[in-house]
Every structure is written in structure tokens, then in C-alpha cells.
Design a protein around this ligand. Sequence first.
Ligand code: C2O
Ligand code: CU
Length: 500
Amino acid sequence: MHRKNFIKLSGLSVGALVVNGSITSFILSCIGCRKDSHIGLITKPVMVSEGNFSTLLSFPAQAGAIHTLTAQSTTTNLKGKTIPVLGYQPNSLLGPTFRVNNGNTVNILLQNNLSEQTNIHWHGLKIPALMDGHPEQLANAGGLFRYQYTVNQRAGLCWYHPHPHEKTGKQVFQGLAGLFIINDNEEASLNLPSGQYEIPLIIQDKRIINNSITYNPSMEEVMAGYMGESIIVNGVYSPYTEVATRYYRLRILNGSNARMYNLSFSNNADMILIGNDGGLLKNPITLKEILIAPGERLDVLINFSGAAIGTEIFLVSKEFAHGGNAQGKQYFRILKFKVTSAATDSFIVPSNLSNLNIISASSAVKIRTFDISNAMEHHGYPMNNGMQMRHRINGKLFDSNRIDENIIANTNEVWIFDNSKGDEPHPMHLHGVFFQVLDRTGGRGSKIASENGWKDTVLVMPGEIVKILVPFEKNTGRFVFHCHNLEHEDDGMMLQYQLS
Ligand code: C2O
Ligand code: CU
């Protein structure tokens, strides 16, 4: 049930509402609500239930710069059952991994075989506005959309997914997403582990009930974001993969609608972070754990060379703080690495990865502040005052007929995301640009390791204010920016900027 309808119903008697379980719990949880307290929607974690890590991890098919991408309803095997999903041919769940070189011209035809509109946002690509997958640029059911653009950016792990407003969450959750890898000479010169030693990992959670991927968020689930009990990697539930005693490069996307992961290895092995959303960092950073929010990417090296044959090491998600009521409460395993063969490996982690062209904050010509706390909606408002509880930015819901911010091409700006009064995490994503994270106050209190270099999505936890420096470039037109919790985005937590 959507909250808009709920507001209308809220004047009805409780007896009329108890037919719906989630509404019932809402009514009960709101008994005793104080006027100045949280309005009473109790968001809670969706606990992960682990499988037995006995299915071999597989990898999406690879595709080049010229391709037809057919979005379709299909089936896949999950948890031993054949279940209906969405996917892009030839995959069942998910879509092919595109691999292109900087400078290549891409020509990808989207064939929409779904029964509703869809489109593709190329998340992390700096391309013209009309190619970017704006929620208004859609392929009708049975229709086509041709994406044609030249890749002009450094190496990195980007991804793609649908972006039709109010349907993004459902289409992604039911299976539509894929990777887009850009290579360049700078990266190639590092001789990082490649081929079978470069492992792409799309981490997602799914809710699998009655042999289908259920997508039907309740009010609480629009608040927290929609999460599932089943963790899949590259579309495989509870997978394992075999590795040799050498370095591997893990290229990780959090492709979940709302779930965050605090990634770590079960044997406490070093994670050597070499890249993020926008490609390589300047220098590698050695870590024991790293948080990844929906939409974010990580590039990580792990060295299995010390491990005895037969060792099993898990990629896990550890508990973490600041995640609001619904996240960070559980340790769970994601993927099993089985060390099965010996290898000799001459790879040495380079101490310099990349010449990052860092820009100075003093070059900013404008500062814009975005209130993402949604404090008015979530605190202190009685249920029956007609105020709709929705996710907004600066008090506004998405409206494709309204330009929210006008920006001059080729200028730098500071943007401030203020979640200081909020109680939900918001991973904020800007289309069409990469930015630098300048600083964070409140909450976690400082930048984290993966926020060096270039980003296109930054996590703003409850209580936090995060400042970013955004160099806007030359691709003029209308772009969106939004929370990448897809339930928040579909609920309206998205605005538009016009670059001219
Ligand atoms: Cu991956 Cu507009 O988002
Ligand atoms: Cu959000």
C-alpha cells in the first residue's frame, strides 16, 4: 500500500485498517506516539538468511561497444527453483558486462520487450544529456531506444540500470542491471590482475517469496528502502568460487536497492583498496573493512598467496554503526573463496596508481545546500494534518517540468548534503559528473578511504553533513540527481539540474 493512499485512509477507524498486516503494525506502533517524536513508522532490519555456498559463482556474458540490449521477462534458477525475473539477453538475471576502451564510440540499441516503459541510465558515464537515461527519455513497451555516445573518461567500473520514474526500484530489484567497464592505457600500464584473476562482483539482495522476486514495499519499506533476505552475487544465490594462491582484483558494485554492506574478509585479510566509482585512487589504501552503499563501486586487491590449499575464506558484511534502525545490525557471509590451486605470482602492488587531477575547493563559483533530512515529514507532525510523508530534497518532490538548479557549464561548485536532522541513510548520486568529497561532519565525522579520488555517489548517514566539489563540464542539458536508495528515489527524492 502506498503512503499517499494511507494518508487518505488515516481518518478511518482502526477496525477498517487491520485487514492489512503492515498497517496493523503501524497503528499499534503509533500508540503512544508523542507529538515531538518520530512519527511512529518503525523501520526494522530485514535479516539475511545465508545459504550453504555450494553454487558456483558465474559471470555475466561480455559485450563490446556495439550491441543490442533486449530487456525482457524471463526465468532463472534461484535457490533451486525456477523463478520469473527481468533481465537483458543473453543473461537471465542482470545483463552483459560491457568492456570498452576510453575513446570508443558506443552504439547500443535497447529493445524493450517488457510490458511497460523502461530506459537505461549509464551510471558513471559522462555523456550527453539525451543519452543519459533521464526519466523522461524512455522506450515504450515493445519499442526501441538507441544509445550512441563516445566514451571520454578515465578507466573505471560503471554500471547501467533502468530509470523510469516510480518504476526504477521494481525493475532493478527484479533483475535489470549490468556492468560497464572502461579501460585505458594508464590502468593497463599497472598490469593489475586480469582475465580470470579480475573478478566482477555485483552484490544484491532479493526477497524471494513463493517462487518469485517479490516487490511490494510497505510504508515502512519505503522509509527504510526495500531489502531482501537472500544475498545474490552476479545473480547467483549463496555462491562460491575457486581461487589460486595469488593476487585477485575484485571489482565490486553494490547493485542493491537499499542495503549497504560493510565488506570484509572472514580471515581478516587485508583489502587493498585501489579504486572507487571514478576509477583508480592515487595510492592504494590497506583496510580491514569498507562500507559500500547502493550505487557505489569498489576496486579491491586481495592476496590469497599465504593461504593453504583447501582454505575457505568468505567475503562478509560486518555490523556497522550510523545505519539508522534498519541497517548494520547483522554479520553475514556473501561469497565463499575456496583456495584450490597453487600459483606463482610476481605481481607487486604499485605504490602509485594514478595521477589524479585534484581540483581546489577555492575554484568553486557557487555553493548550494540540499536539505535531505526530511525532518518535517518524519518528526513531530501528527498523522492527520494532511502532510504527506514523502522523501524530498529541499522540501521538493521530483517534477520533470521543473528545473531545480541552473548551472553554468565548465564551472566548479560546492554542494552540501545536509542530513543533520535526518534518521535515514541517503546515498546521493549526481548524473553526468564525477565529484570530490571534501569533508563530512556529524555521524562518522570524516571522509572514509573510498571517498578519495572521484565519486559519483556519496553516502550521507543520519546526522551527517557532506560537502562535495563538483566540476561541471561541457555536456549541457538536463540531468537528475537523487538518492540512490531506489525506494526514496521513486518516492520523489530526485531533482533536476540544467547545465547551460
Ligand atoms: Cu544509478 Cu540515477 O542512478
Ligand atoms: Cu534516501
